[in-house]
Design a protein around this ligand. Sequence first.
Ligand SMILES: NC(=O)c1ccc[n+]([C@@H]2O[C@H](COP(=O)([O-])OP(=O)(O)OC[C@H]3O[C@@H](n4cnc5c(N)ncnc54)[C@H](O)[C@@H]3O)[C@@H](O)[C@H]2O)c1
Ligand SMILES: O=C(O)C[C@H](O)C(=O)O
Length: 305
Amino acid sequence: MTITIIGSGKVGASAALNCGLRELDRDILLLDIVQGLPQGEAMDINHQLSERGSDAVARGSNNYEDMRGSDYVVLVAGVGRKPGMTRMDLLKTNAGIVKDVAGKIASYAKDATIIVVTNPLDPMTYLALKAIGAKKNKVMGMGGMLDLSRFKSFIQDATKISRDSIQAMVISEHGENMLPLTRFSSIGGIPLHEFISKDKAMEIFEKTRKVAAEVIALKGATVYAPGNAVATMLESAIRDKKLVIPVSALLEGEYGISDLCIGVPAIIGAGGVERVIELKLDSFEQDVFNKGVASVKEAIKALPL
Ligand SMILES: NC(=O)c1ccc[n+]([C@@H]2O[C@H](COP(=O)([O-])OP(=O)(O)OC[C@H]3O[C@@H](n4cnc5c(N)ncnc54)[C@H](O)[C@@H]3O)[C@@H](O)[C@H]2O)c1
Ligand SMILES: O=C(O)C[C@H](O)C(=O)O
């Protein structure tokens, strides 16, 4: 079995390290167009893995043929946003890269389970799915899983209760219309609203939506949490854990939406996206979700399909 990570920059390398630490696979292949980068990252990662007793081995390559027959592929090639930009501002540049990489995946690992990370996440997930010609359950975007980790960290900050007891959900666009669902979040199974006021919940809602831009303004990119989020999704698929996590998935009637990828809760197992879970949204939540759908729909119109 092989996990191939296409794009060995900051997030690709972090994803490889997190996969290695969890020993999700013995063979982790890092690919990139920059000579030396994936090879150097693989060496550095292996030095840490050997000290941690993990038998996973990373290798680096600039040759797409090396990914032939990979079972899991992470597509994280592309540019990141600069301070002041939205993720959607990357649409044109990254669509070209994702289309090109999707062609390689179609040639060498068409049947793989694919996790898309490149931004803007929801349109890129849709583009990859269509350009690869993969089955819809085999392609999912990583966005909500990362938003969720931020949301949980703000809940912990507000309540000072163990992160282990916090359950939360974030859906909709991984972008300007992100929807942290305070109503579907809980601590120890007890609704979040028993612990924090409505005002505090609203404050956390806004912080979750904006915090990635804050990290980018401070250090240039988000790195560790995205790498971990990718590994959590892969772990659920590889170990058939059937975690309920938010992923960008192709909707075909769920939430009244068709032919569009957007963040929704789903069961992730050996079959990939095994089931999309539909939630009954209230009017405020539905309004944000509708805006997310409209934004992704508009972006899809501009894709090189
Ligand atoms: N979905 C999310 O939650 C999430 C989180 C973090 C970052 N991202 C996105 O992930 C992408 C990568 O971020 P990063 O910080 O790792 O960027 P980075 O610049 O550090 O790395 C990107 C890498 O992609 C490589 N690349 C470009 N074109 C390629 C191609 N055709 N084939 C192979 N490799 C290619 C580059 O050489 C570079 O090494 C960005 O679009 C960023 O916005 C998404
Ligand atoms: O915010 C970004 O541009 C990167 C990524 O989507 C994130 O949420 O960390």
